[in-house]
Design a protein around this ligand. Structure first.
Ligand code: ATP
Ligand code: MG
Length: 368
């Protein structure tokens, strides 16, 4: 594993649609960015999975791919899915969900911040200060019993929502630690807001009471709580007030799209799904079949996800160069977006995928 040799194995799933188009330049950026540092190296292993693979072989995530992903130090997953390929029951191909459950990736991390050049739909001048992270519990909640939700008869259907103490404690500890880490980086106190519906549902009252218990172990981090309906409004009215929002799976699913909306484009929204020992990094967008093969997809969400992967590896293994490398990738993307000529079509610009990625490559710290 990484810590002994500081050579990190990265499992790469190229995905479907625009997936391979955005993966290729992302790996070039990772190679170039990491070549600027001594002390670690990356070793990429390409693994098959996805809708195309399901169509060809009947398996969306072969066991071999799963085993190798489990053995890797981190997993980089591109966009998955094709419009006309579905499981036999009619649901979407979802190896990303299988990875979350199989590797117990309980913390879904969605940073929401305003990059220059991105068209934030909020006109308030404070919108430029938006910089929060949504942490979505990703293995339980309303998705825990996804496979045994029932349409009982033509009059009645039911689903179950599950909250466990063990996962909730890990989720909250993760969120408070992330707040601490960001507070140290930004030189201001951290804050975690628990988002739930504790006024109506006993399961959410349980969720919030565990949150309040865990908060006591992080006295340096401010903690508060909000109901999800109010939070949906505040994410539009005063999103600059938040630091970390932590919530249940389904609420997080919905609020993370609201977050991507605030950012101005899906094309710049990265994500991570993190557990104790494993993590998957993936752009928030889908495989965009409508523009696949045209070379116009925005690669930045994928590149930012790769940057998050470097930062996570750095913290996980105590390698500061990796953290610096991850920050360098984020900074390079920020610089590219600040230049109006650096924008892809989804942001109103002219650049193709490769040109945009090349601009990021040139903006990396020691390539400038
Ligand atoms: P999924 O169900 O997998 O989330 P989806 O059908 O909801 O997929 P996407 O594949 O994310 O949606 O595409 C939604 C729209 O956003 C499409 O018009 C697509 O072209 C556009 N889009 C998504 N990702 C990008 C990108 N990286 N660059 C440019 N446009 C994108
Ligand atoms: Mg979608």
């Amino acid at each position: 594993m990484g810590t002994l040799s500081n050579s990190f194995k990265i499992a790469v799933f190229e995905g479907d649609g625009i997936g391979p188009e955005i993966t290729k330049p992302t790996l070039e950026i990772l190679k170039s960015a990491s070549s600027n540092y001594e002390g670690f190296s990356l070793d990429f292993e390409f693994l098959p999975a996805g809708a195309g693979h399901y169509r060809d072989t009947g398996s969306a995530l072969p066991k071999e791919s799963m085993d190798r992903a489990r053995a890797a130090d981190a997993i980089l997953l591109s966009a998955i899915g094709l419009p006309d390929v579905r499981y036999k029951d009619g649901t979407e191909i979802r190896p990303q969900v299988d990875l979350r459950f199989n590797l117990d990736l309980y913390a879904g991390v969605r940073p929401v911040k305003i990059y220059p050049g991105a068209k934030c739909p909020l006109s308030d001048p404070r919108a430029k200060d938006i910089d929060f992270v949504l942490v979505r519990e990703s293995t339980e909640g309303l998705f825990a019993h996804m496979h045994d939700g029932k349409v009982v008869d033509d009059q009645y259907a039911t689903e179950t929502l599950k909250i466990t103490r063990s996962t909730s404690e890990k989720l909250f500890d993760f969120s408070f630690s992330l707040a601490r880490q960001r507070a140290a980086e930004k030189g201001r106190p951290g804050k975690v807001t628990c988002v739930d519906k504790a006024n109506i549902f006993r399961s959410f009252w349980f969720f919030r009471s565990i949150f309040e218990e865990r908060a006591k172990s992080f006295p340096d981090v401010i903690s508060d709580a909000a109901y999800v309906d109010a939070m949906a409004m505040w994410m539009v009215q005063k999103p600059w007030d938040f630091d970390i929002l932590v919530t249940e799976n389904m609420f997080g699913d919905i609020l993370s799209d609201l977050g991507a909306g605030i950012m101005g484009s899906l094309g710049i929204a990265p994500s991570a799904d993190i557990g104790d020992d494993h993590a998957v990094f993936q752009p928030c967008h889908g495989s965009a079949p409508d523009i696949a093969g045209q070379g116009v997809a925005n690669p930045l969400a994928m590149i930012l996800s790769a940057g998050m992967m470097m930062t996570w590896l750095g913290h996980q293994h105590g390698v500061p160069q990796l953290i610096e490398c991850g920050q360098g990738i984020d900074d390079a993307v920020t610089r590219v977006l600040a230049n109006e000529r650096g924008l892809t079509r989804d942001l109103g610009g002219q650049l193709g995928t490769e040109e945009c990625a090349l601009a990021v490559l040139e903006a990396l710290p020691s390539n400038g």
